[in-house]
Design a protein around this ligand. Sequence first.
Ligand SMILES: NC(=O)c1ccc[n+]([C@@H]2O[C@H](COP(=O)([O-])OP(=O)(O)OC[C@H]3O[C@@H](n4cnc5c(N)ncnc54)[C@H](O)[C@@H]3O)[C@@H](O)[C@H]2O)c1
Length: 280
Amino acid sequence: MSKETRKRRVGIVGFGELGQYLVKAIQKSDDLELAFVWNRSPEFLKTQIDVKYILDDLSEFAERDADLIVEVAHPVISLQYGEKFLQHADYMVGSPTSLAEQEVENKLRSAAKHHGMYIPSGAFWGGNDIKKMADRGTLKGLRVTMKKHPSSFKVLGELKDKNDSVTDSLVVLYDGPVRQVCSLAPNNVNTMAAAAIAAHNLGFDKVQGCLVSDPSLTDFHIVEVDVTGPCDALLAKPFTVKTVRTNPSKVGHVTGSATYASLLSSMLGAKDMGPGVHLC
Ligand SMILES: NC(=O)c1ccc[n+]([C@@H]2O[C@H](COP(=O)([O-])OP(=O)(O)OC[C@H]3O[C@@H](n4cnc5c(N)ncnc54)[C@H](O)[C@@H]3O)[C@@H](O)[C@H]2O)c1
């Protein structure tokens, strides 16, 4: 069957919460089919998925002829396989904190010559509007603030010590460039990484990220996006936009419920944009 008439074949890398959710959606879809599912530990996978879909060795992914490969495992996958995936298929980077390593971003951007590298917007609101401003060079500042209950943070190093010390009032865990926070909170700041890719004229060093651990947030994750544009010459006033996304989430969950649906829409939209880097 030609690539034009067949269903779009999707390979899923990672079979945790998000991987299972996306695999179910592919199996229900009329337009998509599973090319493969890979997980670091295959035991659970074998109880859930027909063996014909299971890929034992990820380095053999090309044999499955996927049109789109979706990483929902760990940032390290992009470092190890991102370039190779992009030689054969479109690639959706579910853990874009991997791109905070400049070398990985450079490698993947230049590998996206024949296929597209897709960055899911996740919990990042207004990404395409922000990218338009970045394209024109009119984006002057971008700040992403994420507020969650302490048990919803999976943070490392000094951020973990700060988060462990939270009792009954909120604590700012981090406030600074997005680049540094990606390795300290890789599971929590994919949204900030997506922002740094959208705001490509500022990038990981100039987009600011702030993480707030707030024990009163028992039902929601909050993401605030503050955009600054050019200053009006006559009025001496800047263009600004502020959005506040309030996403219901149970205490302890790293990913809010609406973000699953957002990732699914991103996977469905990750096509037809050609080579290069795209938000989806
Ligand atoms: N872009 C977004 O908005 C967004 C939203 C949620 C999660 N994520 C990211 O997607 C990924 C998966 O999220 P999840 O909620 O399904 O997590 P999860 O913990 O439920 O599942 C992760 C899976 O990846 C595997 N894994 C863990 N470390 C690995 C490694 N070093 N190498 C290979 N496999 C490894 C685990 O075995 C597990 O099956 C995470 O990196 C997470 O940060 C992104």
